[in-house]
Design a protein around this ligand. Structure first.
Ligand code: UDP
Length: 325
């Protein structure tokens, strides 16, 4: 099978590429390297068996001609290209909206033209400010005002979802929407805010671990290979067309406890430092206090459950950063 991955040089995209190459498929990638990196693909390009089936195009998904060629060539499209990371969104507000809205629109138009199956990567951000748990795909959504730019990401991803579902309704386009919860693993960078790579590299460098606010906010983390497995199961399931699925973990932890655990596991002499939000982010920033997914819908359709616990995830990320140092 020929698979197109937009954003394939990114953290999740590159793991997805590897999984399809491993099972013998051809993988086409388009990535503008805005947050992705060719370093994420170097080990695949260096692998003789994979290199002949891996085609990498450094370009933007806003380029219609290249999309025409690539979507025309491939059987399944994973649209993973997006502005990601709270820090990146706050630093690049306009570019983030453009890439998320116009980019997805163009990818969907092209998939519609060629009637190709497409999986759209949305985000748990879409749920907005909910405090209840677990979050179910049909939950109502609450956002902050447009003066708080964090919500632009949620709103743009929600618009992507509507556009994909509208294509499904109007023309039967086999589109699948996934809401990815906090995904972690080797090759994720802390540059755009992601907490685990940031805290692990701080601990290994003997620096203070920066916990924002009081650290009582919580998340569930999913190992990237579990996420990739869920994406592949959904892509292979016709029952997923026109539907929205959470993909996430089941083990909830406060950021404060996460930091203490990382200090313990790395054997670091670092301290955990609590940083007021107003020092870490612009004044109009709002954090999410809690984010725990229901994965019942995904499980019912595909039988999927995550298999990597937080202990193993942290061990793998720590090993990755140690090897990089
Ligand atoms: N966070 C933190 N210290 C950091 C980076 C992040 O305390 O150095 C917190 C952040 O405020 C949030 C959680 O960790 O409450 C997860 O942040 P991340 O950016 O990884 O993902 P989010 O869930 O916010 O998209």
């Amino acid at each position: 099978m020929r698979i197109l991955i937009t954003g394939g040089a990114g953290f999740i995209g590159s793991h997805l590429a590897e999984a399809y190459l491993r099972q013998g498929d051809e993988v086409y990638i388009i990535d503008d390297l805005s947050t992705g990196s060719l370093d994420n693909l170097a080990h695949l390009q260096a692998n003789k068996e994979y290199a002949s089936r891996l085609f990498v195009h450094i370009d933007t998904i806003l380029n219609r001609d290249i999309l025409l060629e690539l979507v025309g060539t491939c059987e399944v499209v994973f649209h993973m290209a997006a502005a990601v990371g709270v820090q990146y969104i706050l630093d690049n507000p306009l570019r983030s909206i453009q890439i998320n809205i116009q980019g997805t629109e163009k990818v969907l138009d092209m998939c519609s033209k060629f009637k190709k199956k497409v999986l759209i990567a949305s985000s748990s951000e879409v749920y907005g400010k909910h405090l209840h748990a677990p979050l179910v795909e049909t939950d109502n959504i609450i956002y902050g005002p447009s003066s708080k730019f964090r919500w632009s990401y949620a709103a743009s991803k929600l618009m992507d979802e509507f556009t994909a579902l509208a294509h499904y309704r109007e023309s039967g386009l086999p589109a699948i929407v996934v809401r990815l919860f906090n995904t972690v693993g080797p090759r994720q960078t802390g540059t755009y805010g992601m907490v685990i790579p940031r805290l692990v590299s701080q601990a290994l460098a003997g620096k203070d671990l920066t916990v924002y606010g009081d650290g009582e906010q919580s998340r569930t983390f999913t190992y990237v290979e579990d996420v990739v497995h869920a994406l592949m199961l959904l892509a292979a399931s016709s029952g997923a067309h026109g539907e929205v699925f959470n993909i996430g973990g089941v083990e909830e932890i406060s950021i404060k406890n996460l930091a203490y655990r990382i200090v313990e596991m790395t054997g670091s002499s670092s301290r955990v430092k609590f940083i007021p939000y107003k020092e870490a982010f612009p004044a109009d920033f709002e954090d999410m206090q809690r984010r725990l997914p229901s994965i019942a819908k995904l499980k019912n359709l595909t039988g999927y459950s995550p298999t990597t616990d937080l202990e193993t995830i942290l061990t793998k990320v720590i090993e990755f950063f140690k090897a990089k140092a």
